[in-house]
Write a protein of this length. Structure first.
Length: 254
């Protein structure tokens, strides 16, 4: 099951979504080292946090998977969003300083290939910050939030996956210690649950946040890979290709 762009935007516009955004923002701040004039990319649905983090950057791009859909961002100014395939990013090698990956890895067709593509576009010493549902958390068990869809991960699984993709895992953080309830009285108590959860049961957090650094001292084999994607032009009339198209042009000239 995959959350599309409409469901994601609707969730983060809700009261529960605002609380989740704030909790995750606090966790991201714990692992986020300041990098002035950095080139930052948000992969997945990272818009709620890109608005907070774009200050002081050279440029910010929001890349959204084709299976999810995309929306225009930012609200003011030229659009900085693009619809992409997460295994084939339209970026040059070593062109990005940091990637913030939210609602992306758990939905990836091949998580390892997605991380290897992130490795390719990151500059030497570049950093990757991943926010993903925690396999042991309560949020991964309820489908009325985006964190209940896709493939959740444990710390050990994420750690192994990052190392396999030539990243060195760094600091960890966690968020969403309050229950994913839409009841008002439960949401009013989210601060109490969040504080207690960080202190007493961090292992059951709703999401895991990890920062990893691109490892450059280990060689990566270079191999040609044919794209597995089939691109169909949306505005091209079906059947008007090849001989049929040439025939249509000939008639027009006549």
């Amino acid at each position: 099951m995959l959350s599309d762009i409409i469901e994601l935007r609707s969730f983060y516009n809700s009261t529960l979504g605002h609380l989740a955004e704030h909790s995750i923002a606090r966790a991201i701040e714990q692992v986020w080292a300041k990098m002035p004039n950095e080139r930052l990319v948000g992969l997945g649905y990272a818009l709620p946090w890109l608005d907070r983090l774009r200050e002081g950057t050279e440029r910010v791009l929001a890349l959204m998977p084709a299976s999810q859909g995309a929306v225009n961002w930012p609200a003011n100014g030229p659009s900085a969003t693009a619809l992409v395939f997460e295994e084939e990013l339209p970026l040059y090698d070593s062109s990005i300083d940091r990637i913030l990956m939210v609602h992306a890895l758990e939905h990836a067709e091949n998580p390892r290939e997605t991380l290897m593509e992130a490795w390719r576009v990151l500059a030497p010493g570049g950093r990757l910050v991943i926010v993903t549902p925690n396999r042991r958390g309560v949020w991964a068990r309820f489908e009325h939030t985006p964190f209940g869809t896709g493939r959740p991960f444990s710390r050990a699984q994420l750690n192994a996956l990052l190392r396999e993709a030539n990243f060195t895992p760094g600091p960890w953080a966690d968020a969403l210690h309050f229950p994913p309830s839409k009841k008002r009285w439960m949401m009013r108590m989210h601060g109490m649950f969040e504080g207690a959860g960080r202190r007493f049961w961090p292992i059951f957090a709703g999401v895991l946040v990890v920062e990893a650094q691109k490892r450059v001292y280990q060689g990566v084999p270079v191999s040609a890979r044919a794209s597995r994607r089939v691109f169909v032009p949306v505005l091209s009339p079906q059947g008007a290709t090849g001989a049929a198209a040439r025939q249509a042009v000939g008639k027009g000239d006549a």
